[in-house]
Structure formats: structure tokens, C-alpha cells
Design a protein around this ligand. Structure first.
Ligand SMILES: [Zn+2]
Length: 151
């Protein structure tokens, strides 16, 4: 299971239900690889302008820092999360975690295997937002039709 633990600041800034997002990502990624995936992901605001990044201490614990200076559209936020979670999957699934400080130029970094791979995950952004919104609406509808109480 992918457990996302957001900081108060990230929760407030994004308004995202991270329990729900974690459960959607778990379902999606586990279905894709047909095996259980377990990780805990802390999420904070990035202190670097224009940069989101992820750090790890072991392969079960990650810290994602989300860029706060780019325009905070839902597409940007959900896309960034997909990108950084994919870096976590690179380590979890393939034990692939190269040193990102090795690059001499931005182009070299941009074209690296890990970045090209992580950007592939961003292609699911629209679908993820749709799915997330459907779950939110279902939750509202559930209590609206009275299913949270008997009779
Ligand atoms: Zn990246």
C-alpha cells in the first residue's frame, strides 16, 4: 500500500485528500505490476524555486518535496506527484536509484533514463484527476443518498 503523509502546509496548499490519492495510486500501480507495493511517502513543500524532488532513506520511506513556485494547476500538482512517485517505483521495483548530482548540464539530466522514465508517468495525469474526482463525487453521493446511516 502506498501511504502518503502530507505536511500541514501541503495539505492546505493543495486541498487534496491524500488518503484517497494514496489508495488510487496503490490500486493503479499494483494492478500494473500484479504484486503488492508498500511504501510510505512524506510530502512537503519544496524550498527550491522551480524544483520538485524526491529523497529516500531506504526503499520503504520516501520524502517528496513539491515545487511551490510554478503555477499550481491541478494538472501540475497531480502530474508532479505521478512523476515523483514513479522515481520511488524505480527503486522499489527495479532497485534503480542513480545519483542525480552526476549531471553536467540540464539537457543531460533531462535526457537521462530516470527522467525520461518518470515523465512517462505524467501521461496518466488527466486520467488520475478524473478518477480522483469520481471518487470524491461518489463519497459525497454516498452520504447524500443516506448510506452512512441505516434505514
Ligand atoms: Zn524526476
Amino acid at each position: 500500500m502506498i501511504k502518503i503523509l502530507p505536511s500541514k502546509g501541503i495539505k492546505k496548499a493543495t486541498g487534496i485528500d491524500f488518503d484517497l490519492l494514496g489508495s488510487i495510486l496503490t490500486t493503479m500501480i499494483q494492478a500494473g505490476h500484479r504484486k503488492p507495493i508498500d511504501m510510505t511517502v512524506h510530502m512537503y513543500k519544496s524550498r527550491q524555486a522551480g524544483v520538485s524532488y524526491v529523497e529516500t532513506y531506504d526503499s520503504d520511506w520516501f520524502t517528496i518535496c513539491l515545487d511551490q513556485t510554478s503555477k499550481q494547476t491541478r494538472k501540475f500538482i497531480f502530474g508532479s506527484i505521478l512523476h515523483e512517485i514513479r522515481h520511488c517505483c524505480q527503486l522499489k521495483l527495479w532497485n534503480y536509484w542513480p545519483c542525480t548530482y552526476k549531471f553536467k548540464t540540464y539537457e543531460e539530466y533531462f535526457n537521462s533514463k530516470e527522467e525520461r522514465d518518470a515523465r512517462k508517468a505524467e501521461k496518466l495525469t488527466r486520467q488520475l484527476i478524473k478518477l480522483y474526482d469520481m471518487h470524491i463525487n461518489m463519497k459525497k453521493q454516498y452520504s447524500k443518498v443516506g448510506l452512512t446511516r441505516l434505514g
